[in-house]
Design a protein around this ligand. Structure first.
Ligand code: FPP
Length: 246
């Protein structure tokens, strides 16, 4: 079992691109949905581990704006898994003091998913130990368009002057408003790209790519990623000498 090393800094916010479910299933000559089902088990284990470690924000990329283009049977299957996950986890979320938030175009989700999602968000809104963000029908570019439109409207209404728009104003109009940026962004499944995930927020995130496919990404693999994160020096544009002098 991989243990978290002594005196580690636990990242405040971890974001994960959960990739590789389909290939994991294909390797086993099973339909893709079998891989997504196995992926839900990893979701449960990683949420539990993150909460135990004291991670304050965990963001999971569960369904992208581009995923609507998948075969309708796969989209329907994923929506069903999402709904049953939310229904089955409410009790555990409340017990573990986990607040659920949704990043993305909630209004594009099927009505019954929207309804369960909204109930879970409302029921857990006072939970404080960890925030679980599910990115659903989420795209980073779409999120920025949404923010720009809201800011433009405020300018038109005279609430804001365009010359005064700051980075903080943009951050405050994203789905993650009020939350810290991710410190660590993990992508499973062997691809080395962001795929439209948290484009603004990931500016200074440490990126960790692993070949391990999402259904095989469990507690030990997560601990390993956090231990590697701890060996990196985050310089935020400064030099090592400056940081060492602080
Ligand atoms: C990417 O793997 C994964 C997805 C598009 C969906 C992720 C969904 C889950 C883990 C389960 C449902 C989520 C929750 C929160 C209950 P892929 O299918 O693109 O894999 P591939 O690249 O191997 O084809």
């Amino acid at each position: 079992m991989v243990e978290i090393q002594q005196s580690v800094l636990v990242p405040r916010h971890v974001a994960i691109i959960m990739d590789g479910n389909g290939r994991w299933a294909e390797e086993r000559k099973r339909p893709r949905l079998f891989g997504h089902k196995a992926g839900v088990d990893s979701v449960r284990e990683i949420v539990e581990t993150a909460r135990t470690l004291g991670i304050e924000f965990l963001t999971l990329y569960a369904f992208s704006t581009e995923n609507w283009n998948r075969p309708s049977s796969e989209v329907t299957g994923l929506m069903g898994l999402l709904k049953s996950y939310l229904q089955s986890e409410l009790r555990a979320m409340l017990k573990n003091d986990i607040r659920l938030c949704c990043l993305g175009q909630q209004d594009r989700l099927p009505a019954e998913v929207q309804s369960v999602l909204q109930q879970t968000i409302t029921s857990t809104k006072s939970c404080r130990s960890m925030t679980l963000n599910l990115a659903l029908s989420y795209g980073g570019r779409n999120e920025l368009v949404h923010a720009v439109r809201n800011l433009a409207q405020k300018c038109q209404e005279g609430i804001l002057q365009w010359q005064d728009i700051s980075e903080a104003d943009i951050a405050a109009h994203l789905f993650t408003a009020g939350q810290p940026d991710p410190d660590l962004l993990i992508r499973t499944g062997g691809e080395n790209r962001l795929s439209n995930f948290l484009l603004w927020q990931a500016s200074y995130a440490e990126l960790y790519f692993t070949e391990i496919k999402w259904p095989d990404f469990k507690r030990d693999q997560f601990m390993e990623a956090i231990n590697i994160f701890n060996r990196r020096q985050r310089r935020f544009g400064q030099t090592s000498a400056q940081l060492n002098a602080e």
